[in-house]
Design a protein. Structure first.
Length: 165
């Protein structure tokens, strides 16, 4: 299966998915302050911090689907590239990104969901606060690793385009 068109298509889909994930992560980061301060934006809106958290979690549940799909693509693409080219930095960034994605989607999100299902009191604990802060750190680190991965892989595309001229 050495079809160059297939590899080019796979590469473009890979970059597109990373770009979509970056945009979704940034959109989530921009929407969080609005959701948590919704009452200050909409006159007469009575929404608690707990209710805002439930709304934000719903955004992350949808984002997790995209992130898990991306994790599968990263694993497949970076393993193939590593085996054929022996590149090291991009596959390492991909591996770190996959770990962060799985931590966020399979560890932190379920924990937050479970705490929310137990009620408002359960999110007011020190343990929940610590877990939430950790999830934010994982999310920010994921943004950085995906951005670096996107830049490294995009550089390859740009570099190859200039070599052809």
């Amino acid at each position: 299966m050495r079809n160059p068109h297939f590899y080019s298509f796979a590469f473009m889909v890979y970059l597109l998915l990373i770009g979509l994930a970056l945009g979704a992560i940034i959109a989530s980061a921009f929407s969080a302050p609005v959701i948590f301060r919704a009452a200050s934006f909409v006159e007469g809106l009575e929404i608690t911090l707990f209710q805002s958290g439930v709304l934000m979690t719903q955004i992350f549940i949808k984002l997790n689907i995209l992130l898990n799909i991306l994790a599968v693509f990263i694993i497949i693409y970076e393993v193939i590239i590593f085996k054929t080219t022996r590149q090291k930095i991009a596959p390492l960034l991909g591996f770190i990104s996959v770990i962060l994605i799985l931590l966020f989607t399979l560890y932190y999100t379920p924990y937050i969901l479970q705490a929310q299902q137990m009620g408002e009191e359960s999110i007011q604990t020190l343990k929940f606060d610590a877990m939430h802060k950790q999830s934010v750190l994982v999310f920010k680190t994921l943004l950085i690793t995906l951005f670096l991965l996107f830049c490294i892989r995009s550089y390859k595309l740009i570099n190859n385009a200039y070599k052809g001229k």
